[in-house]
Write a protein that binds this ligand. Structure first.
Ligand code: FAD
Length: 618
């Protein structure tokens, strides 16, 4: 990694100012940030600097071995682990939103599942932005192709259910760099589960990246199939390029704020530099060259925090936190949306589940040795079998008609409630809800991801559950209508922001998630999955009615850590923060390139979509 040149001007204050000015300063070296920085630094005339708060963790085995997801530092020091405020609708519980704190961002700790969402949902982004035709599935597909190097499944992987459609993938090494494909180990129960799902009305997917994910199949993973290792944003867009002289990456560099040039006119708010805390806890400044740009890529929670600390946001919130407003932009940090995770799990008569890795340390060691010897065994497993459920898979018709009608009648009420006193955003949320309800009505809004874990997943700790083998059907709310917010409450850059996702505020979200548990139970107990079922553990057979399930869910659901929307790409009159070129309204040279710009939740794991969005911006 290159270090900043040592020519610093000490100003007699704690600030050390670097003499070099950069054409682009990228705040946050995560999924969006590294992709965009790599692309910009292809022009050797441009100096690009990335400031990343976390370390380079690519050499940690819990990062590169696919099956070690969640182990070691992944969920401790490499994780911001943002706490929410107590959630009113979830028994006042405080939830944790995980987000990677390392070069590569959340792709360093994520589960590597790499499918795409539904065409109609991408099209909705364009519709919300005055029918902008550059934000539609058709316009985005070429960039999806360009942003990856896909390895088609081999015979073994195909025999285990992996399928692909050549027309929706990219294979070109010269362009995109995210390696994707399939792993070397498949659990038997995945095949059983897919067969069960098909029996319950899910079509077989030719490819879960083809824009029609109301189907069941094996999801591709963001791994390098050649050596069965995770391919994070650092693997894709930094490691092979670290010696580019104009691509400088500083790790352990936490950005405090953007600095602004002295303005000639009120409308000319121009970023002149960035202030950050370095690895030695010293405050430093780097400058943007004339005509240069600051790109904020600190994630859905980190990006509004940096903007608010820089004086850009709702002036009342900034003043209350002790920050002098520079630009009043009340939607910064609003429109927060997240996927919500739940499960049903059951004991199984199968001997091979990933529970064995915790139940039998000697077996776990043998499996890890297998991975290092020839990249096989349980630790080489990464992708999941999954299916995205449509309303017709979840609701009974009369219940569905009733709840849709009620949601349509209360459009105004919920838009006002969820926009927290911001009348333009109320119009934006209303427009989003209208689109979502139209898609719901035509069975095109896909509210839930269903996927099978070959082992226990759920709210009970290892010590507190029976020491047995399990199967779990995850049911993840994918099209939430609830919207929350995240804001600073202090000018201290090291204080986490106050985050209120307002989970489950909208009754359609609650009904869909209750329906998901009923579907998960059905999947566990219908053939051929029923042949390996040995009784339900959670929610437990005492949870009989919808109300029982709902009450249980309120006490256990968690964030799926797919947060989006806080710097929404929407027209200003709908409460947007960035335009369709991702420029912040009212600022001359600041763009946002990360998940926070996504205006409207999509029914997919998000990373393939962000890689591609970021790729497209350059
Ligand atoms: C545990 C987990 C599992 C997931 N599983 C999947 C999955 O299987 N498939 C999938 O598609 N998606 C998954 N996701 C979601 C996906 O990984 C993220 O949505 C996506 O990577 C976010 O990209 P981003 O660019 O917005 O932010 P990030 O990739 O998180 O990047 C933000 C970067 O900014 C840095 N940063 C923040 N604040 C500052 C600051 N003040 N100064 C400097 N740097 C800063 C952070 O450290 C981070 O590196 C998962 C996420 C998590 C956390």
């Amino acid at each position: 990694m290159k270090l900043l040149p040592q020519v610093s001007l000490l100003l007699g204050s704690p600030l050390a100012v670097n003499a070099l000015a950069y054409d682009y300063i990228v705040i946050g070296g995560g999924t969006g940030g590294l992709t965009v920085a790599n692309r910009l630094s292809q022009n050797s005339d441009k100096q690009v600097l990335v400031l990343e708060a976390g370390p380079n963790a690519e050499n940690l085995q819990e990062v590169f071995v696919p099956g070690l997801i969640g182990a070691g530092q992944a969920f401790t020091t490499l994780n911001w682990a943002y706490p929410t405020v107590p959630q009113t609708n979830l028994n006042n519980r405080t939830l944790t939103i995980n987000a990677g704190k390392a070069l590569g961002g959340s792709t360093v700790i994520n589960s590597m599942i790499f499918p795409r969402a539904e065409k109609e949902q991408y099209d909705a982004w364009g519709t919300l932005n005055n029918n902008d035709s550059s934000w539609t599935w058709n316009a985005l597909l070429p960039y999806f192709r360009k942003s990856e190097i896909f390895t088609p499944p081999n015979e073994f992987q195909q025999a285990n259910g992996a399928t692909f459609d050549r027309n929706v993938h990219g294979f070109d090494e010269e362009r995109g760099r995210v390696k994707s494909g399939f792993p070397n180990f498949f659990y038997q129960q995945w095949t059983l589960w897919r067969q069960t799902a098909m029996g319950l009305g899910f079509p077989a997917s030719p490819d879960l990246g083809n824009g029609s994910p109301h189907a069941v199949g094996v999801a591709p993973a963001s791994i390098d199939p050649a050596n069965n290792t995770r391919c994070s944003a650092a693997c894709a867009y930094y490691t092979d390029f670290a010696d580019r002289p104009n691509f400088t990456v500083l790790t352990n560099a936490t950005v405090i704020r953007i600095l602004w040039a002295v303005q000639e006119r009120e409308s000319d708010i121009t970023a002149s530099g960035v202030e950050y805390i370095d690895a030695n806890n010293e405050t430093r400044v780097v400058n943007v060259s004339r005509g240069g740009e600051v790109i904020v890529s600190a994630g859905t929670i980190g990006t509004p925090k940096v903007l608010e600390l820089s004086g850009v946001g709702n002036s009342s919130i900034l003043q209350a936190a002790g920050v002098k407003p520079v630009l009043d932009l009340p939607s910064v940090g609003e429109n927060f949306a997240d996927h919500v995770h739940s499960w049903a799990n059951a004991f199984t008569n199968l001997n091979i589940t990933n529970d064995l890795l915790s139940l039998d340390p000697a077996f776990a060691e043998q499996q890890l040795n297998l991975w290092f010897e020839n990249r096989t065994g349980l630790y080489s497993s990464a992708s999941r079998s999954l299916g995205i459920a449509a309303p017709s898979n979840i609701f009974n018709q009369s219940e569905f008609k009733h709840i849709l009608k009620e949601s349509e009648e209360k459009l105004d009420y919920f838009a006002t409630l969820l926009s927290n006193g911001n009348p333009l955003l109320a119009r934006g949320i209303q427009a989003q809800h209208r689109l979502a309800l139209d898609l719901y009505r035509s069975n095109k809004n896909l509210p839930l991801e269903m996927n099978l874990s070959p082992g226990y997943s759920g709210p009970t700790s290892f010590a507190d559950r029976p020491a047995r083998t399990y199967n779990t059907v995850h049911s993840v709310l994918y099209a939430p209508l609830s919207r929350g917010k995240t804001h600073i409450s202090s000018s201290d850059p090291l204080m986490p922001p106050t985050i209120d996702p307002a989970y489950w505020t909208h009754p359609l979200d609650v009904a869909a998630q209750v329906g998901g548990i009923k579907l998960a139970r059905k999947m566990l107990t219908t053939g051929p999955m029923s042949s390996v079922y040995e009784g339900e553990f959670e929610p437990g057979l005492d949870k009989v009615t919808d109300q029982d399930i709902e009450n249980w869910l309120r006490s256990v659901v968690k964030s799926d850590t797919h947060e989006i929307g806080t710097m929404a790409m929407l027209p200003q009159e709908l409460g947007g923060v960035v335009d369709t070129k991702l420029r912040i309204y009212g600022l001359k040279n600041v763009r946002v390139v990360d998940a926070s710009i996504i205006p409207f939740p999509i029914s997919a794991h998000l990373v393939s979509t962000f890689f591609h969005n970021s790729f497209r911006q350059t």
